[in-house]
Design a protein around this ligand. Sequence first.
Ligand code: BEZ
Ligand code: FE
Length: 287
Amino acid sequence: MRDINEFTITEAVKKTFKTEEGSRFEQLLHSFIEHVHDYTRENQVTHEEWMEVLMFLYDCGQISTPERHEFILLSDVIGWSALVDMINTRGGATEGSNLGPFYLDNAPRKALGADLSDGRDGVCVLVHGKVTDSLHNPLPGAIVDTWQADAAGTYPIQEQEQGQDKMDLRGVFEADENGRYYYTTVLPKPYTVPYDGPVGRLLRAGNRHAWRPAHLHYMVRSPGMSSITTEVFFENMEYLDNDAVFGVRKSLIAKMKPAKNIDDLGYTLTKTPDAVCEFDFVLAPEG
Ligand code: BEZ
Ligand code: FE
């Protein structure tokens, strides 16, 4: 290995890893090394530039905690998370979108028709729709797990020190025998991703803002189907065309209508809504 140079080093490094031939791990590792080396050669990266990248990653590690994962945020703002979501969306299924940092896997079960706002002020929205397979067959009993920000753009989990309950504004619903889900909640507002750390520095260096359009988060699952993690946005809201984390897709933007003739829907609701947002989820078979 004494005889390596800037062109032969890539193959030499790959050979030092004794990975299982043809394995997925080997493929990903080799490809990663190739791309990093190619990037370095193509851009003739200097020592200062190389060290700046490493210090940036160091800073991401320093600010990270179990609640704040700066590397995921980095992945989000460079569109990497969105790309992984796009590549892994199953044909015919609802498009995937950001999980974000505020999911909790033990949110309370709520009855259909419940109100998720936990007494918070704002526009009261009826959110409803169907969960089906790609042939429009309803999936009764499908689980719709949702979480969201309030009318000020804050997730209760971010304000626990101010006395907010982290389980507010979230709930797990079971779709009825027709695959329908429905509940009322407060219309969320746009909010910023954290920008007081290295990722914020990167955004500022690129003259970018940190705002996300208002959205509702969902994880939807049903036995025998691939579960989806996605977000629903609202038409005509700010930042739909410049989401800081590239989560918006045309198919995920729901229309908002005034709450007229909602009795015709036949739902029993605990709160009278001001507006209605309808969104259907489509799941593809597992495997
Ligand atoms: C969110 O949607 O909750 C979120 C996504 C990415 C970064 C920060 C927050
Ligand atoms: Fe969010």
